[in-house]
Design a protein around this ligand. Structure first.
Ligand code: GLN
Length: 485
């Protein structure tokens, strides 16, 4: 196997034994990028020179015996996290020339842990989308079938891991943007509890829903990444002040006697038969591991999509009001006065989907409608949260499909926003409730497309997710395939 195909923990072994170096690992990642990037388009920007310098520094540290959890490990960053001195576009024309004067907290933490940054990964514009087709920089393609979408909005972060163009990556998840592309690309993706990972330096989409999390090649790597990412941050007001466990201790533990909730509302008409079969098989594996599956009900599930598509656009319309061409980013050169400058900057700076969200959100927040829309949605959101609180009385963890279908064709849903929104039907409730969720590969369709199983747990119970995901991964023995590119 090539170095770029290995996991963080496999590379750590090789680094510690002196079998390889950070520079060699980084070079092998960039060789792979040279070979496949043109077809996949995982990245908006590559950081090759910076990465080779960082790798050389990592090698000096390795020689001195200073080895940290990610020393010499090439990591991709979704282009929504701010990187000091390096353009951060959020997949948008309006920020195509924005150079942040500071690093996001996760960037600082990864760097402190020794990571080498490969590049800024492609994404749907402002993380609005499920297919990475709305990026101003063009779509990303699914490495398992280049005619298909990789999922979104963190599509580039998912494909970079799946196509071995990095070892692990960072994404953000507001309604499924880590777990859905992880499932469709055959990698592991975790959305942590709201507040578990600092969002300082994350460009805001919907502030009551956004979370940052990792994409990895296996569950153990996910634990390693969470050890680096999780924790309180004085710079972020919603960050949770709670102790961070060593997530690696949950790897390899059994789940004997655990109760696994299977929500009946998640096994609906319209779910692809191959996805359904894969999930039934996953349930069988969990039972073989000693888990006891119990049917549960999350009765307000049917409202999740509607509630999300009020709350997320409302918050987005407010967050995106700051992009007006005055302080940073794109500004039209063709305006006679201030008002025309605002209008033209926003008209040419934002893409169609972002404009749709701003209009929906502005309407929902407008005088006379606030109570009917945002107020009502917030009330129903409280009921959705309560559904989960009730569920935890009956089970330890919940198991669901991550997505209703495998990856769809590029262009298939771009003209039908509602169909696009439905791809997140199983992931959105997690964000509304603020709880953590993980997607783990659970097999391939006959056509060779990957699928994912999702596990959900209570607040700050990422450890439980890592434990069950690791038990599942070990016992399911999903064939290790690599996309033929
Ligand atoms: N696909 C959902 C949306 O378009 C979720 C996106 C996300 O999680 N960032 O809003």
């Amino acid at each position: 196997m090539e170095l770029n195909q290995l996991t963080i923990h496999e590379l750590q072994e090789k680094i510690k034994n002196g079998e390889t170096s950070a520079v060699k690992i980084t070079e092998s990642v960039f060789q792979r990028i040279d070979a496949v990037e043109e077809r996949v388009h995982s990245y908006i920007r590559l950081l090759k020179d910076e990465a080779l310098v960082a790798a050389a520094i990592a090698d000096e540290n390795i020689k001195k015996g200073q080895i940290k959890p990610l020393t010499g490990i090439p990591i991709a960053l979704k282009d929504i996290v701010c990187t000091k001195g390096i353009p951060t576009t959020c997949g948008s024309h309006i920020l195509h020339n924005f150079i942040p004067p500071y690093d996001a907290t996760v960037v600082e933490k990864l760097r402190d842990a020794g990571a080498v940054f490969v590049g800024k990964a492609n994404m749907d514009e402002f993380a609005m989308g499920s297919s990475t087709e709305t990026s101003y920089f063009g779509p990303t393609r699914n490495p398992w079938d280049l005619e298909r979408i990789p999922g979104g909005s963190s599509g580039g972060s998912a494909t970079a891991v799946a196509a071995d163009e990095c070892i692990a990556s960072i994404g953000s998840d507001t309604g499924g943007s880590i777990r859905q592309p992880a499932a469709l690309c055959g990698v592991v993706g975790l959305k942590p509890t709201y507040g578990r990972v600092s969002r300082f330096g994350l460009i805001a989409f919907a502030s009551s829903l956004d979370q940052i999390g990792p994409f990895t090649k296996d569950v153990e790597d996910c634990a390693i990444m969470m050890n680096v990412l999780a924790g309180f941050d004085t710079k972020e007001s919603t960050s949770v002040q709670a102790e961070v466990p060593d997530y690696c201790q949950f790897i390899g533990r059994d789940i004997k006697g655990w109760k696994i909730g299977i929500p009946k509302e998640y096994f609906i008409e319209g779910i692809d038969p191959e996805v359904n079969a894969a999930i039934q098989k996953a349930i069988g594996v969990i039972e073989k591991c000693g888990g006891k599956c119990v049917e549960i009900s999350l009765p307000h599930t049917q409202y999740c999509l509607a509630v999300y598509y009020i709350i997320a656009p409302a918050e987005a319309s407010s967050n995106l009001a700051r992009y007006d061409g005055v302080k940073c980013g794109f500004r039209t050169s063709d305006a006679r006065d201030l008002l025309e400058m605002y209008k033209k900057t926003r008209m040419h700076g934002f893409g169609a989907e972002v404009k749709r969200r701003i209009m929906i959100g502005t309407y929902a927040l407008s005088a006379g409608y606030y109570d009917a829309y945002y107020g009502k949605a917030s009330q129903v959101r409280a009921l959705i949260k309560k559904d989960f609180e009730e569920a935890w009385k009956k089970c330890d963890v919940i198991l669901t499909p991550t997505t209703p279908t495998p990856a769809f064709k590029i262009g298939e849903k771009t003209d039908d926003p509602l169909q696009m929104y439905l791809s997140d039907i199983f992931t959105i409730s997690t964000n509304l409730a603020g709880i953590p969720g993980i997607s783990v590969p659970c097999g391939f369709t006959a056509a060779g497309l990957p699928m994912g199983v999702q596990f959900l747990a209570g607040h700050l119970e990422e450890g439980k997710l890592i434990q069950i995901a690791s038990a599942y991964e070990k016992n399911a023995q999903i064939e290790k395939r690599r996309p033929k590119l």
